[in-house]
Design a binder for this molecule. Structure first.
Ligand code: HEM
Length: 496
């Protein structure tokens, strides 16, 4: 049996309200991990792979399997990979242990930045918003944007989420009456874009929907493919993919610029995220965002929040479709807390078990599977030297599936996140980083409350209406910019 998980540690570097719902904290199996980082040699173990290519081919073919093997064979906190020939190829360090992740993301965050080519690709698509900016610009923008994502603000969007979930449910009713199947991945992505479109652009979204549907998935995929590719032709070359992406970007940026210009002329900016961005200011300096900066932040929310949330919804529902008892428990909770009426912000705190299911889905299938940093000065991780210039990858997936951190890690057990287990547990620094689907430290996900609310509302609404029966025992995974199912994620529905 699992040891009850400890309460999340309070991290001084963490933004307040870091955990939206009973989240975080992991079952540490004993004192062998916490506070017992072994005396390490300066260099972490190197994963060889082939003499010529290093681990490049293994990582390309099966990143999660390669990480899993490295974890089993080398254990510990940190493993070094070589990609390409000796001396010519690059080396990067991968973190598999919560305390080491805390060091990179929080305690020693000042040693790292995001100067990694992958972020240039996302900057081309969505401008220099919070995901891609660094240094003083990022610090200023984070101060300006943070008040838009407090719990209180998020609660004001729950009505929008509830209506979007009702639309999702009604779009499935005919299929459910026939006992047919739906593709959870496709529908999850639709729902996420529906909610984000409304939350960011309010009533203007009507005009935008066809443009968003036609451009956001295409641009996200384009950036992700290039970010992961070893060879990148310049954006200016007229290849079919470049031309398609360029057209989509011009269309999306054009329509958002037009909306911003219209809002500037209107009597009030509006209380959707776009309106709030137009009037937000830096509490320290009073600085505001100019129009291109507003566009960059708005597009960043769309692209950062779309696939991550849509995919997590698909995985959470698919897990429930394979676990009847847990599915029934969610249904029972929704009946008790919400009844038959509309789901509102006041219900969220009561939907604790539903939130535990979402957290467990995020543990098993973290859509942000890897967090990448670049050391701009020498640092150390668990006693290992990290030279300046080194790329460090935090394997969120690896930490979530590390058996030293989570007993029986492949087993679906939302009980791991039961908040009543936290009471009286002598917690320690670092345990918060055992569950980090939203990252951590100063650059943790700004949209996590919004995402959790969106996910809880959708899971509750769907399970109240339908019995789910997943088609496959285990989904096949595609490790792209996000961790997502390979192809469709089919589930049979029947009315409750
Ligand atoms: C299940 C859904 C989501 C997951 C798993 C997720 C995951 C993450 C992760 C892991 C990071 C940290 C990246 C890093 O440290 O390099 C991050 C950052 C970020 N996320 Fe999310 N995210 C989700 C939803 C959202 C939503 C809905 C929004 C906005 C509406 C959003 C906006 C952002 C932004 C702006 C950042 C950059 C924060 C900064 O550096 O200051 N995310 N997200």
């Amino acid at each position: 049996m699992n040891r009850p998980p400890p309460a999340p540690a309070i991290d001084p570097n963490e933004p307040k309200e870091s955990h939206p719902f009973p989240a975080g904290g992991a079952s540490f199996p004993g004192p062998n991990l916490v506070g017992s980082v072994p005396m390490a040699s300066p260099k972490p173990p190197l994963v060889g792979g082939s003499w010529l290519f290093g681990a490049a081919r293994d990582l390309q073919r099966d990143q999660l399997g390669t990480y899993g093997r490295a974890l089993r064979e080398h254990g510990g906190d940190l493993v070094r990979f070589r990609v390409g020939p000796p001396r010519v190829g690059i080396e990067f360090d991968t973190v598999f242990q919560p305390d080491a992740a805390r060091q990179v993301l929080a305690t020693d965050a000042a040693c790292y930045d995001k100067a990694v080519p992958a972020f240039d690709e996302f900057r081309w698509v969505m401008g220099n918003g919070l995901i891609t900016s660094d240094g003083d610009l990022w610090r200023r923008d984070r101060r300006i944007v943070a008040p838009l994502f407090t719990r209180r603000r998020v609660a004001s969007h729950v009505g929008t989420m509830s209506l979007a979930a009702a639309r999702l449910v009604s779009s499935w009713e005919d299929t459910a009456r026939r006992g047919g199947q739906v593709d959870l991945q496709d529908s999850g992505m639709h729902y996420a874009l529906d909610v984000l479109g409304q939350t960011v652009f309010g009533d203007d979204v009507e005009r935008l929907v066809p443009v968003l549907r036609g451009t956001v998935p295409l641009l996200s995929d384009f950036a992700a493919r290039r970010a992961l590719s070893a060879v990148r032709v310049p954006h200016s070359w007229p290849t079919p993919a470049n031309r398609r992406a360029d057209r989509a970007r011009r269309q999306l940026w054009g329509v958002v610029d037009e909306l911003i210009a219209n809002r500037r002329k209107a009597a009030t900016a509006g209380d959707d995220l776009l309106g709030l961005l137009l009037t937000a200011h830096d509490p320290e300096t009073g600085a505001t965002l100019d129009d291109p900066a507003v566009r960059d932040q708005a597009l960043t929310f769309l692209i950062a929040g779309h696939e991550t949330t849509g995919t997590t919804l698909a995985f959470a529902l698919s897990l429930l479709g394979r676990h009847d008892a847990e599915q029934e428990r969610v249904r029972e909770e929704v009946r008790t807390v919400v009844g038959d009426g509309d789901l509102a912000g006041t219900h969220l705190d009561g939907l604790r078990y539903t939130a535990q299911v979402v957290n467990e889905a995020l543990r098993l299938f973290p859509s942000g599977h890897t967090i990448v940093r670049h050391a701009h000065q020498p640092a150390s991780i668990s006693g290992h030297e990290v030279p300046a210039g080194r790329v460090v990858a935090i394997s969120v997936w690896g930490i979530h599936h590390n058996p030293d951190v989570w007993p029986n890690p492949e087993h679906f057990d939302p009980g791991r996140f039961d908040p009543s287990h936290h009471e009286g547990d002598p917690d320690s620094q670092g345990t918060r980083y055992a569950h980090l689907p939203f990252g951590g430290g100063p650059r943790g996900c700004i949209g996590q409350h919004l995402a959790m609310a969106e996910l809880v509302v959708a899971v509750a609404s769907v399970v109240r209406a339908f019995r789910l029966e997943s088609a496959a025992a285990e989904p096949e995974l595609d490790v792209a910019a996000t961790l997502r199912p390979r192809g469709e994620l089919l589930c049979r529905l029947r009315p409750v």
